[in-house]
Design a binder for this molecule. Structure first.
Ligand SMILES: [Zn+2]
Length: 81
C-alpha cells in the first residue's frame, strides 16, 4: 500500500489520523467544498484543508479574487463609454 503524504494547502500541516479535513475543488468561477471522504480528494487541482480555520481562509481568498475581478471588469466597462 502506498501511503501518500498529504498536507494542508493553506498552513502546511501534515495530515495524520485526525479526520476533520476538507477538500475543495475549484472549477472556473465556482468552488465546491466537501468532506474528506469525497472521491474528489485525489483529483488534480483539489485543495486539502486541515480544518475550518483553513477552509475559511480559502473561501475568503476565493471571494476576494472574485470580487476583485468583478470590480475590475466594471471599471473597464465604465472606461469604454
Ligand atoms: Zn491548515
Amino acid at each position: 500500500m502506498i501511503r501518500q503524504a498529504i498536507s494542508c494547502d493553506i498552513c502546511g500541516t501534515e495530515k495524520k489520523q485526525t479526520n476533520h479535513w476538507f477538500v475543495a475543488v475549484r472549477s472556473g468561477r465556482r468552488a465546491a467544498v466537501s468532506g474528506w471522504k469525497s472521491r474528489n480528494r485525489l483529483r488534480p487541482g483539489t485543495k486539502h484543508l486541515c480544518g475550518q480555520t483553513c477552509l475559511h481562509k480559502l473561501v475568503d481568498e476565493f471571494m476576494a479574487q472574485r470580487l476583485w475581478r468583478r470590480g475590475c471588469s466594471r471599471a473597464l466597462r465604465t472606461r469604454a463609454k
